[in-house]
Design a protein around this ligand. Sequence first.
Ligand SMILES: NC(=O)c1ccc[n+]([C@@H]2O[C@H](COP(=O)([O-])OP(=O)(O)OC[C@H]3O[C@@H](n4cnc5c(N)ncnc54)[C@H](OP(=O)(O)O)[C@@H]3O)[C@@H](O)[C@H]2O)c1
Length: 347
Amino acid sequence: MFIRITNLPDKSMKVLFIGGTGNISTSVSKLAVSRGIELYLLNRGRQSSPIPGTNTIIADITKPDEVSAALKGHTWDVVVNWIAYVEEEITRDFELFYNRTKQYIFISSASVYQKPLLSPVITESTPLKNPFWQYSRNKIACELRLNRYYRERDFPVTIVRPSHTYDTIIPVTIGGGHEYTAIDRMKKGKKIIVHGDGSSLWSLTHSEDFAKGFTGLLGHHGAIGHSFHITSDEVLTWDQIHHIIADAAGCTADIVHISSDLLALYDEELRGSLLGDKSMSVIFDNSKIKQFVPGFTATIPFTEGIRRTLARFEADPARQQVNQSTNEWIDFVIDQYEKAYPLEKES
Ligand SMILES: NC(=O)c1ccc[n+]([C@@H]2O[C@H](COP(=O)([O-])OP(=O)(O)OC[C@H]3O[C@@H](n4cnc5c(N)ncnc54)[C@H](OP(=O)(O)O)[C@@H]3O)[C@@H](O)[C@H]2O)c1
């Protein structure tokens, strides 16, 4: 049970996003501007078109002198770092923003939650532990350091843990992300790999839905010292996810199920993202964000969200990047698997 602490957003808030033009943060930037927030985006300016209504500060966050010069004289109502991954970056941010911001929001990851999970239902109180993925352990270390800064130095920290959130990425593990490989294979009638038996439960959140919850935390005094995840309440199996994507792409999904353990043996990189994340059945309990941001609910079903994502890829052939080495890897793994287990072919 949480006490409802309503937030009256101060429309004149001055907010800094480090990043702000990425897969998740672009939607948040757009919504924040539409709500009257004075928004500054610090990035290297590599995106082709700036987000209307934002003020861009061109700097590389890894270059301290450049950043100090660019931020000189500014104070902030909120600073959000979208692109901090290791503890040293938190130490740097503390030095940059201590006494210069009324709220500091760290973008963590829902992959920090206990693996293997003891319960599929995840709340913000689920323990943080991930022996499978260094990325998640680094995010946990960032969170722990920020909690210390909050307790010992009054640094006004809020932690937000996105789970799998999409807009400009294709949300599948093998051949997705910024790649178009999985879609290209489906369109050509080639087999694709789905981990496990395709029945584990997962949630995919469109960035515009995430943005609705997230902007409610900006300048929210009650959110200081708290952690939140923000996800859709829609729960899908991985088979459903692939079939919905195929349907949106106008084709069918020819799925080969291969265990996550085996896939992780074929590619060490998958140990983290599968065993430490996507192979688990998860059901996110979003009660906390709904308590703190009254009215928040995700409204974009995956059937609709993925159509928007695919339309964006289809609008520009340059975005349809098919990775030949991913293709060869998928063909190799399926070939090995079917040679080892030929029963399906014979029946
Ligand atoms: N998507 C998911 O499913 C998911 C799940 C869990 C957690 N997360 C977390 O979400 C965050 C990513 O958010 P996002 O998707 O919006 O970001 P993103 O797509 O990774 O975008 C990166 C942003 O950072 C800027 N940037 C990159 N390197 C920079 C540098 N050296 N100096 C200054 N700016 C730099 C980029 O602009 P320029 O290139 O112009 O500099 C861009 O604005 C990460 O912390 C990740 O761990 C994501």
